[in-house]
Design a protein around this ligand. Structure first.
Ligand code: SAM
Length: 330
């Protein structure tokens, strides 16, 4: 059997959105199979540098081999992007011209890892991106109360049958494997109804909870803004509405000045814009891309550019000394 591979989603759109240029310094926060990273390195050459981050040690191992030919142009770290700022400071990798997040999980994790991400392959209910994390999907499935489970499945899966599914899970506990959980869910909702498997949303909810995906995304986006030099690009590819809502709100809020409620007569928030939206409309894969890579059909790419505020320019503390890009701003 052929080893599973990951086809990068919105590859050329991401490179254009990042405005990759020779000699630039870029961060790929979700290295995965290294497809986006390799293309950034190609377009960034000569002189470009890439910091690649992934929480999954298996992805790191595979991709380290794939990118070995780029030698000192690439630095790969097995960390969680929630530590983005600390990783950059530790590796003296700032300011940067562009930061990419290609969220979620790769086809390598979904199809070939045996780590319980997919209801189509039997495996223990794990779903951790990194084995250093303690909470597994089986802990949630087998120890949460019915109310807690229903709430989690609703909040992170946007599943309208969340209560029925939670009740079904409680009746059948302990549930150790993906296929058993998928069967329990299918029974709880009264069988398959459409094209989408009835376990899809519950599996998404469990994965999000196990990996703190939404909290970590919010934290990392904030840190990313501080690491970008003037006109540096922030590019995020998301795969479901919960992620996309966070990215959309974040970019919108960071691209406007005052965010005081309209009732307040004069500004008290002192909020200033740190980003400029490059494309107000979300970028999605073409029908040709979807045909050749259906996994990417729900992808949404958003892009914004860093603007440095007068306050930041006036900052005399030295904390923000890295804000001007050493290679000259674009
Ligand atoms: C969709 S894949 C990226 C694919 C990659 N762009 C490519 O072209 O091959 C997402 C990757 O992000 C990683 N990931 C997800 N959340 C993470 C986090 N909080 N910190 C670090 N890596 C994370 C996953 O382990 C996975 O390998």
């Amino acid at each position: 059997m052929l080893a599973p591979t990951h086809t990068s989603v919105l590859l050329s759109e991401a490179i254009v959105a990042l405005a990759v240029e020779s000699g630039g310094r870029y961060i790929d926060c979700t290295l995965g199979g290294g497809g986006h990273a390799a293309t950034i390195l190609e377009y960034g050459s000569p002189g470009g540098q890439l910091l690649g981050i992934d929480a999954d040690p298996q992805a790191i191992e595979t991709t380290r081999t794939r990118l070995a030919g780029y030698n000192s142009s690439v630095l790969i770290v097995n960390e969680n992007f929630v530590e983005l700022e600390a990783i950059c400071i530790k590796n003296d990798f700032l300011p940067v011209h562009g930061i990419l997040f290609d969220l979620g999980l790769s086809s390598l994790q979904l199809n070939g890892s045996g780590r319980g991400f997919s209801f189509e392959h039997d495996a223990l209910l794990d779903m951790r991106f990194s084995p250093s994390q303690t909470l597994k999907a089986s802990d949630i499935v087998n120890t949460y109360s019915e109310i807690e489970l229903a709430h989690l499945i609703k909040a992170y899966g946007e599943e309208s049958y969340s209560r029925r599914i939670a009740r079904g899970i409680l009746k059948e506990r302990p549930i150790k494997t993906t296929l058993k959980l998928a069967q329990v869910i299918e029974r709880a909702v009264g069988g398959r109804k459409g094209r989408i498997h009835p376990a899809t949303k519950t599996f998404q909810a469990l994965r999000i909870a196990v990996n703190h995906e939404l909290e970590y995304l919010k934290a990392a986006l904030k840190q990313a803004v501080g690491l970008l030099g003037s006109e540096g690009r922030l590019v995020v590819i998301s795969y479901h509405s919960l992620e996309d809502r966070i990215v959309k709100r974040f970019m919108k809020e960071e691209s406007i000045g005052c965010i005081c409620p309209p009732k307040i007569p004069s500004c008290v928030c002192q909020h200033t814009a740190h980003l400029r939206l490059i494309s107000k409309r979300v970028i999605t894969p073409s029908s040709v891309e979807i045909k050749s890579n259906p996994r990417g059909r729900s992808a949404k790419l958003r892009v914004a550019e860093r603007i440095i505020t007068q306050n930041e320019l006036d900052d005399k503390t030295g904390r923000l000394h890295f804000l001007s890009l050493t290679n000259g701003s674009r």
